[in-house]
Design a binder for this molecule. Structure first.
Ligand code: 13P
Length: 249
């Protein structure tokens, strides 16, 4: 049975103090559920968050990492460094990284390999732009993003991969994909995995939806059979909203 996951991507929000306040609030109000909960604060708060959340059921993720083990890569952070502060999950391929930092499928494949070589779990993001959806190319785009960055992986490596479909036009816009649009795409992704690997593998991978998920729409989106949870941006910055989303299952 695949896992249900709600992950909060804080992006470049919350300084050290505000981040500590939000982590404490999450912890205070968090009730145990079968849903895997993950938060991804900025790098400057990973150590503090992983200390505070140690021995709790909330996991901490990084929002990015470099593919190299170490060396002359000014401003970058390696998998080893993340693990040294208790972080064993990383978000890779977010559309903001692709758009503003020129991250290509080829680069992302290297980052995925580095994460897996370090036994890290990867939340791999992808999704089409509005012009691509308008042109009816969303399946083609998503298939090539997944194929180029992940289809070199062995079947066993997939136990460390979580997919996050985030249509770019729905991120931070207040415009969510309809539950049917999310379901259609998630079913297509699962079929693509089945064609490349096996039905068993396709059935075991958690596929999250991301893009303007709020307490008001989470329940309906999560009720779809191929939607295994959400990657939450704005609403993850508020403990009450994030908790309400977690309990939307
Ligand atoms: P919003 O929930 O703010 O639309 O952001 C989604 C996202 O990009 C999560 O990674």
């Amino acid at each position: 049975m695949r896992k249900q996951i709600v992950a909060g991507n804080w992006k470049m929000n919350k300084d050290y103090v505000d981040s500590e306040i939000l982590v404490s609030k999450l912890l205070e109000t968090h009730q145990h559920s079968d849903v895997d909960v993950i938060i991804a604060p900025p790098f400057t708060n990973l150590l503090a968050a992983s200390h505070t959340l140690k021995s709790t059921s909330i996991a901490v993720a990084a929002q990015n990492m470099h593919f190299a083990e170490s060396g002359a890569y000014t401003g970058e952070i390696s998998a080893e460094m993340l693990k040294s502060v208790g972080v064993h999950t990383v978000i890779l391929g977010h559309s903001e990284r692709r758009a503003y930092f020129n991250e290509t499928d080829e680069l992302l494949a290297k980052k995925v390999d580095a994460a897996l070589a370090n036994d890290m779990r990867v939340i791999f993001c992808f999704g089409e732009e509005l012009t691509e959806r308008k042109a009816g190319k969303e399946n083609e785009v998503v298939e090539s993003q997944i194929k180029n960055a992940l289809f070199h992986l062995s079947e066993t490596s997939w136990s460390q991969i979580v997919l996050a479909y985030e249509p770019v036009w729905a991120i931070g816009t207040g415009e969510t994909a309809t539950p049917e649009q999310a379901q259609d795409m998630h079913a297509f992704i699962r079929k693509t995995l089945e064609n490349q690997y096996s039905a068993t593998l396709a059935d075991s991978v958690s596929i999250l939806y991301g893009g303007s998920v709020k307490p008001a729409n989470a329940k309906e989106i999560f009720s779809k059979p191929d939607v295994d949870g959400g990657l939450i941006g704005g609403a993850a910055l508020d403990a009450e909203m994030f908790n309400a989303i977690i309990h939307s299952f």
